[in-house]
Design a protein around this ligand. Structure first.
Ligand code: IPE
Ligand code: IPE
Ligand code: MG
Length: 233
């Protein structure tokens, strides 16, 4: 694809959905879908950031996902611990800075430690930020910000000031992709999504590879973003 005619969003967000269906349709256990989904996540993060996007936010586990069967929750938590430990090398080599968004409550000490280590080990990397949303809820983020503000200050607050109280310092999302054909936001980054372009490819997340992302960018390039005005040219 030719970068001269393709627009590159500054901040891309992905609701990575369909791991379970990807597996069951192949006669496999749902967990196999999560394992495959994680492989895709690594590969596509590298691709997206190498194409010039500066921020990539991914929804890995929602506050509501604790309502799933305990066995699936345990599998996912263990996958995160092992993956973040093993792949710190990968993120350093690829020069990707990893940050996490979400509540620490309900996460094991072991997981919190590997998350902190990964953030620390990649803190000075410069080829883009990968924001992994884990035990994340959009409403929870806003309420957590409000509670910090109550502790911090008196009086009124502007949108710009409010933003500083969110989990991470991130620009607005330009392009939201949700795989698997579901067309909803499921409590993801409510504040940051305000003016995002939305895109819902039918493929399940494990199949969301380079070619699918190229198609997504072609679609993004066609969108006319107005921000309430008449155009932004
Ligand atoms: C996304 O895939 C991964 C997580 C939510 C952790 P799902 O597990 O939601 O897959 P489906 O939607 O059941 O196919
Ligand atoms: C949203 O997917 C959460 C993540 C991708 C982590 P879900 O599969 O949990 O969402 P719903 O329940 O279908 O809305
Ligand atoms: Mg799902």
């Amino acid at each position: 694809m030719n970068n001269e005619i393709i627009k590159i969003p500054n901040h891309v967000a992905i609701i990575l959905d369909g791991n379970g269906r990807w597996a069951t349709e192949r006669g496999l256990k749902r967990n196999k879908g999560h394992e495959e989904g994680y492989k895709t996540l690594k590969r596509i993060s590298k691709y997206i950031l190498n194409r010039g996007t500066k921020y990539l936010s991914v929804f890995a586990f929602s506050t509501e996902n604790f309502n799933r069967p305990q066995k699936e929750v345990d599998y996912l938590m263990n996958l995160f611990v092992e993956a973040f430990k093993k792949d710190s090398k990968f993120f350093i080599e690829e020069n990707i800075k990893v940050v996490f968004s979400g509540r620490k409550e309900k996460l094991s000490e072991k997981l919190i430690k590997v998350m902190r280590d990964l953030e620390k080990d990649t803190a000075n990397n410069t080829n883009g930020v990968l924001n992994i949303c884990l035990n994340y809820g959009g409403r929870a983020e806003i309420v957590d910000a409000v509670n910090k503000i109550i502790d911090d200050k008196n009086g009124k607050i502007s949108e710009e000031e409010f933003k500083k109280y969110l989990y991470n310092d991130l620009p607005d999302i330009d392009f939201l992709i949700r795989t698997s054909g579901e067309m909803r936001v499921s409590n993801f980054m409510l504040w940051q999504l305000s003016y995002a372009e939305l895109y819902f490819p039918r493929c399940y997340f494990p199949d969301f590879l380079e070619e699918e992302y190229d198609k997504a960018l072609e679609e993004y390039t066609k969108r006319d973003r107005r921000f309430g005005g008449l155009n932004n040219e």
